[in-house]
Ligand binder design. Structure first.
Ligand SMILES: CSC[C@H]1O[C@@H](n2cnc3c(O)ncnc32)[C@H](O)[C@@H]1O
Ligand SMILES: [Zn+2]
Length: 430
């Protein structure tokens, strides 16, 4: 019964920086039942025994902010600032999206994430029934929200859709799918609309995923209109009394940082998207020092342009070092915690992101037998500073193997690439 991984170096993330050399992990159903040294797992007939020699086993990575189906727009609009990118390029194309486009775009996102070691992601987009179908098929874990633009004509309908979406998908796919409401940002969701969203989230008992304090323009416009920072504006509306996932949080005052930390809002830091759109550098070191819950995200593939969290960890660590001129800022273990256990906390998933009994059996095996990972002084530093997504060998979610020896078992890769190219060509008028 169950699954046994033996012979791997095991990084549980439960003990600071502790690695069990030649360890064992047992899983029963969706949960980890045991972690320990060689020979310590219960002696029973396992359905599957995986040889982990030469591998590092760790919790699957958690991507705290993306727009999965934006894989359709990868490399369509680059080298632009956020508002020009959205208004001139992305939003006109999103108007043309069909529900099936979102299914295939999300499936491509899932494929890319599985192949780079991500097992959980938080998504905000349109046609979310289709995104949920794709997640169900891929076998990943996801926190899904229907994006809401309060200032648009369809805002009421979008709220109704969200209500139905939460009813239909909360806890679906064996608990792998959870839901939130997704008001896009303070500049597209005015206070009256935000009040309705906050009330609905309370009624449905779900959290709220929002873009917050991303650009200097947003800070200036909010200040001009409301005399407050975006964080203070949202705090005044009662947003942080609910579980919140706030993406970006680049431009923050000391008071904003205090609020986010005190309210234990989840912050999704997206260093590569912030660099590419030249939005700025989030004060991650200050947020962590204040006790905030900070995870890592890629943002969508149209502003990154990949969904590789290994790369994102490296960027996060390097960016804080250069921003603070302190090489000790954001050390490797902190970056890895953001991409695993702390990211899971930011998404309200307390039993994800750790390899310990009772936690979800979301496990990845990274092949350490590679030239760029030799010699093996510090596997955590290897993961953050040297590993590639191609080093991810095996991916397991809920005790189910999604990728083995780099073969994805749940998705037909050729079919997805064909469908996405066809749909991207239609959307861009080719
Ligand atoms: C309402 S669904 C999500 C909405 O967000 C857009 N989007 C993608 N990346 C960003 C970003 O970095 N900041 C703000 N908005 C972003 C996406 O295109 C959808 O329209
Ligand atoms: Zn975003």
């Amino acid at each position: 019964m169950g699954l046994l991984i033996r012979g791997a170096a095991v990084l549980t993330m439960a003990d600071r920086n502790r690695i069990i050399d030649n360890g064992e992990i047992a899983a029963e159903g969706q949960y980890i039942s045991h972690t320990g040294p060689a020979g310590s797992a219960p002696d029973r007939d396992y359905d599957r025994v995986i040889d982990g020699h030469g591998m590092l086993a760790l919790p699957g990575l958690v991507n705290c902010h993306t727009h999965a189906a934006m894989t359709l727009f990868r490399s369509y609009a680059d080298d632009l600032p956020l508002m020009q990118w959205l208004e001139k390029k992305i939003w006109p194309l999103e108007e043309k999206l069909e529900p099936e486009d979102v299914y295939w775009g999300t499936l491509l996102c899932c494929l890319e994430m599985i192949r780079s070691g991500t097992t959980t992601f938080a998504d905000m987009y349109f046609h979310m029934n289709q995104a949920a179908r794709a997640v169900e098929k891929a076998g990943l874990r996801a926190v899904l929200s229907r994006g809401l633009i309060g200032a648009a004509p369809g805002a009421d309908k979008a709220l109704d859709y969200s209500r139905r979406f939460v009813r239909d998908w909360q806890g679906a796919a064996g608990g792998r799918i959870t839901t939130m409401l997704g008001p896009h940002a303070p500049y597209t969701c005015p206070p009256d609309f935000m009040r309705r969203v906050i009330e609905l989230a309370g009624e449905l008992n779900v959290g709220i995923h929002i873009h917050l304090a991303e650009t200097r323009t947003e800070i200036e416009d909010t200040g001009r209109q409301y005399g407050k920072t975006p964080v203070a504006l949202m705090d005044g509306l009662g947003l942080f009394e609910l579980p919140v996932l706030a993406a970006h949080c680049v431009h923050l005052t000391a008071e904003d940082i205090r609020i986010l930390a005190e309210k234990q809002a989840g912050v999704a830091h997206n260093p590569e998207s912030n660099m590419k759109l030249a939005s700025g550098i989030a004060p991650v070191t200050a947020l962590l020092a204040a006790g905030a819950v900070v995870g890592l995200g890629t943002d969508g593939a149209a502003s990154n342009n990949n969904l590789d969290l290994l790369e994102e960890m490296r960027s996060a660590a390097l960016l804080q070092k250069v921003a603070t001129m302190d090489p000790m800022a954001l050390p490797a273990f902190t970056a890895l915690s953001m991409a695993t256990v702390n990211g899971a906390r930011a998404l309200g998933l307390p039993d994800v992101g750790l390899l310990k009994p009772g936690c979800k059996a979301d496990i990845i095996l990274v092949n350490l037998q590679r030239p760029h990972l030799c010699p093996r002084h510090d596997p955590v530093a290897h993961l953050v500073y040297a590993a590639h997504s191609a080093d991810v060998d095996t991916v397991i979610v809920d005790g189910r193997i999604l990728m083995e020896k780099r073969q994805v078992l749940t998705i037909d890769e050729e079919e997805v690439l064909f469908e996405v190219q066809k749909r991207a060509d239609r959307l861009t008028g080719k």
